[in-house]
Design a binder for this molecule. Sequence first.
Ligand SMILES: [Zn+2]
Length: 420
Amino acid sequence: MTMKKEVQTCKRCIYTTAHPLGLTVDDEGICSGCRIHEEKDSLDWQARWEMLEKLVQPYRSKDPYNYDCIIPVTGANDSYYIVHTVKNRLKLNPLLVTYNKYFNTPLGIRNLANLRIRFNCDILIQNVNPISVRKITRASLRRFGSIYWPCLAGQTVFPVQTAVRYQVPLIIWGAHQGLEQVGMFSHEHEVEMTRRYRKDHDLLGTEADDLLSLFDTLSEEDIWQYRYPDDRELNSVGVRGIYLGNYVRWDPKAQHEQMIREFGYQSAGFARTFDCYDHVDCFNFMNLHDQLKLYKHGYSKVTDHACREIRHGRLTREQGLRLVRKFELQPIRYDDLFCQWLGVTQRGLQFMIDQHRNPDFWVEIGPGQWIFAGCSTREVCSIDTTPTDRDCSCHFESTSVMDDRPNPSYIVVGKGYPLN
Ligand SMILES: [Zn+2]
């Protein structure tokens, strides 16, 4: 048995040193993520924008019919803002690429169609065969308690493969998660995409080829689409991936609201968080995937959202904590669709995911009965935990719903959407 390290909590936000990306707390009790966030108010963003303009200059194609860069997109997240910044402000001609994760909501399909039409961009869609995706999902759910390995692997590798194939070396991403959440780097390090970060953090330390030795159910035909190009290929094209968050003051809430107003991005409410803007393209991200995060790490996405809003000064620490307590144990939705897709019963699924409850955060009091003892429960909250109107100082606007059909189902392959 390993000795449990003492967990420290940040005095400003509500992250703890148990954060899976790694986080430190300084002598004043403030975490590395909050410290790096302070740079957003001290850096000269005009100067950083000029650095970005210089950086992209050599990538402008002389030929008006060629692409200048690649942008990985989805029907949610920061896709609209990235495309807007690259196309309208930097005046580059991007090729959009998207990996089909199969758990698509109608709203996600609509947002993606509206994105390529409104910004007038070409798009490539990668559909890996559903049999392999299901096989990998089943294996990684059992072993790592993750349903998202193929999504994360596909999303992070397809743009790189496309850069090599199309010989378009520059890939432009949004913010770097390690920087935004835990302050792994300073903005001034101008960190770029690496194979190493993808493996360690996005892929739970497991590359496509590692899957072959871990699971005898998987073969070469199942995994080759997720293989990262080798250094020789990357170097021959000069592939590099940059993060806009190093050059633009990153504020997802303000950015999404601008995209709703100016380009018709649509948002939707969730049962497990107050942020209506991210992940509206996926039935599972804010549901089963989020619940697994709570099982394994003792906190869920609502904590990420609360920490971000506290750092931007739109929530107090107490308000953030109250919102976390309000949302984190809410029941998930759409797990029936996932069971149908994977071919398991709901009891079978529950049994599988219970294996991944981390005993640091969950106490089993009887067969199948658990008490949550996660990060937020260690906080002393002197006031009533019932949310009040004061929490609305951080208002998120929901303009639509993920699926308005009477019988929701995954849009397995969706190309367009009737736009009105
Ligand atoms: Zn903090």
